[in-house]
Design a protein around this ligand. Structure first.
Ligand code: HEM
Length: 146
């Protein structure tokens, strides 16, 4: 029996390591997209860089002329927080209502998405980037009216 004890010890250690790895995998799986992105600090930077790019680009800046940029950034950040599963409150208008009079074209929409993709590439992983872009894609229908 004595000679089996080291063997049992090794077996026990292997099972324990396996259980730990499994538990880690599960907890990673349960994290919300918001958590995996890095929460509000990362969303704030991503949104800020995206908006800075579209208000600087001559091809997209047109519709932002009468908009208070700091308020817009805060509102979009809250919206992203909510749709990714964060504990925020979005108090802005619906996508249809807030873009109704802006006559946004498909080209403008795609340039904004490209600016967002570039910002996400700088701050989040590919999987999280794709998940967020996928959540936003259906909004095109309400944003593009031209
Ligand atoms: C999926 C794409 C988009 C999302 C998720 C989005 C999201 C938002 C949000 C959350 C707001 C604030 C609404 C509020 O606070 O009531 C907003 C406003 C606005 N968006 Fe977008 N937007 C998108 C595409 C675009 C595009 C392509 C443009 C133009 C190139 C644009 C231009 C604006 C402007 C100018 C406002 C402010 C309107 C105002 O001052 O009342 N958006 N957007």
């Amino acid at each position: 029996m004595k000679k089996f004890i080291p063997l049992l010890n090794i077996l026990f250690t292997i099972v324990l390591i396996g259980a730990c790895l499994n538990a880690r995998a599960y907890s990673a799986e349960e994290k919300t997209l918001y958590e995996r992105i890095g929460g509000k600090p990362v969303l704030t930077i991503v949104v800020s860089e995206t908006v800075d790019e579209v208000i600087a680009n001559p091809k997209t800046k047109r519709s932002f002329a009468d908009t208070k940029i700091s308020t817009l950034k805060a509102s979009i950040t809250n919206q992203f927080c909510v749709i990714t599963g964060g504990d925020c409150i979005y108090e802005g208008e619906s996508m249809k209502k807030s873009h109704a009079d802006l006559k946004i074209s498909t080209a403008e929409f795609e340039l904004l998405v490209q600016a967002l993709r570039d910002a996400l590439n700088r701050h989040v992983n590919t999987r999280e980037k794709n998940e967020l872009l996928k959540l936003l894609a259906p909004m095109k229908h309400d944003v593009v009216t031209n």
